[in-house]
Design a protein around this ligand. Structure first.
Ligand code: F0G
Length: 463
């Protein structure tokens, strides 16, 4: 399929433009909303019928599996393996770090605690730079290369910057990241420096970084790689295809995603919708979005006005990746909630921390922002919105090593102050005490170590 067949469709007013004609801030000149990529075979695409070469599900299922055994980098990528459904650049322009192909794990302990038969986690933290951002960055950065840009940039709470810096380094492009000073996890900041990016910490929050960057891309030839860039979402839709492959095309009932800037939920929604439209599956999963209580503008908007308007908030949560008060893609998120069904929930700091420890205890682990999914699912199961016999897939968006400081503070009992702990229920306190595994400091002799093991075996705290 020719690379020139795609268009950008404004999700607000339906205006269609050629990819090269997008404004540098990726806002529609007519209504200010965001674009999505449309192909001749897309639902509702305006093209002459004879020009539509409709992809064949059976042939593609076979081809996508076959590519896993190929020695070509573009085939080994778990994103570009599916390139037939996002022909946005020529193959020789693709910049890949073999992203995607991430595991779909069972979470038996969490499932049992919820009384569910089957709970799955798609671990996007197992990508090359440790987060789901790689799946989108490989796509959009390849477009930057094919359009001849020398500079790329993003504002970030950390993961986008790490991904962009890595892919820019591979492509030989210069990159600049704007991050909020002191409000992102060190692990992520260290990555962007290591990959050679120009790393600028602004004395502001994420929303302030976005404001400055928007002005920069309007004034200089810098390619914007935030998730307003619709090509990012073409890569981020591919985990939906992988989930379907990994479940033998049995569509899960629920997909649970963290909500920050609110693009990933719509990317996955687009992926599932395309699978249904092309005849791979006959229904789509419900997609629920979970926000931290301190960064909950979509939750509030859905509750107060059904998502017709959104009031930005000053965001504050220890889940720094989703510390976003003015999410760019909130309208896309509302459309996904409406199209697929599903809910927007909010969870407290303590609920996030307990859920993160539970995911750690499965031998998997994730970063705090990803743990909101399990915390949110507990609420959805508790009031019956998710049935215990239904299948849910949690999107674990980032690796546990992204924010080790958070984990260490939790296990040392230093994450929460006494005022915060005072609001914990007794069940939460019990879970908190049982799940903490702080280091035990002992003299260097075997007797002391064995005594400590005995005490643990008897469920007592060693003296
Ligand atoms: N989980 C993690 C680990 C993230 O890094 C992000 C966003 C999200 C969830 C939310 O995804 O924005 O599509 O709703 N991180 C951004 C960044 C914004 O700059 O890395 P979203």
């Amino acid at each position: 399929m020719s690379m020139r067949t795609h268009k950008l469709r404004c999700t607000g007013c339906d205006l269609r433009i050629a990819g090269e004609d997008a404004r540098s801030d990726f806002r529609c000149p007519s209504c200010g909303d965001l674009y999505e990529v449309e192909y001749p075979w897309s639902e509702g695409a305006v093209v002459e019928a004879e020009k539509v070469n409709r992809p064949n599900p059976n042939a593609l299922r076979y081809l996508w599996q076959e590519r896993r055994t190929s020695s070509l980098a573009i085939d080994q990528s778990g994103v570009w393996r599916f390139r037939d459904l996002f022909p946005i650049v020529d193959d020789d322009k693709v910049i890949t770090l073999r992203e995607g192909n991430t595991p779909l794990y069972e979470l038996p302990k969490s499932a049992a605690a919820l009384g569910m038969n089957w709970l799955l986690a798609k671990h996007q933290g197992m990508n090359p730079t440790g987060s789901f951002k790689d799946t989108g960055m490989t796509a959009a950065l390849s477009v930057a290369v094919s359009r001849g840009f020398e500079w790329v940039a993003c504002a970030s709470t950390g993961n986008t910057s790490a991904a962009m810096a890595a892919y820019a380094a591979r492509a030989g492009l210069r990159s600049m990241v704007l991050i909020p000073e002191g409000k992102i996890a060190w692990g992520k900041l260290s990555q962007s420096m290591d990959y050679g990016s120009t790393t600028i910490q602004l004395r502001s929050d994420f929303d302030g970084c976005v404001r400055v960057l928007t002005e920069i891309v309007n004034r200089a030839p810098v390619y914007l790689l935030n998730s307003v860039n619709p090509y990012r979402l073409e890569g981020q839709k591919t985990p939906a295809f992988e989930i379907l492959e990994q479940t033998d095309w049995q569509v899960p009932h629920h997909i649970i995603v963290p909500g920050g800037n609110l693009a990933n939920c719509s990317a996955l929604g687009k992926g599932f919708a395309e699978m249904k439209h092309l005849g791979f599956i006959n229904r789509v999963p419900k997609i629920s979005i979970i926000q931290a209580e301190g960064a909950n503008p979509l939750y509030t908007a859905m509750k107060e006005n059904g998502g017709t308007s959104l009031t930005p908030v000053t965001a504050d949560t220890r889940a720094t990746a989703i510390r976003i008060g003015n999410p760019a893609s909130w309208r896309k998120a509302v459309r996904i909630l409406q199209a697929n069904g599903g809910w927007c929930e909010q969870v407290s700091e303590l609920e996030i921390a307990l859920a993160k420890a539970e995911i750690g205890a499965e031998g998997i682990g994730c970063e705090p922002a990803s743990a909101v999914t399990l915390a949110g699912l507990k609420k959805l199961v508790a009031d019956g919105r998710v049935g215990k016999e239904e299948t849910a897939v949690l999107l674990l968006t980032g690796h546990t090593l992204k924010d080790p400081e958070y984990t260490i503070h939790y296990h040392r009992g230093e994450l929460f102050d006494s005022q915060e702990m005072a609001s914990a229920t007794s069940a939460q306190l019990t879970q908190y005490t049982a799940s903490k595994h702080g280091p035990i400091v002992l003299e260097p002799n075997a007797d002391d170590v064995l005594r400590a093991l005995d005490a643990i075996a008897q469920n007592a705290v060693p003296a």
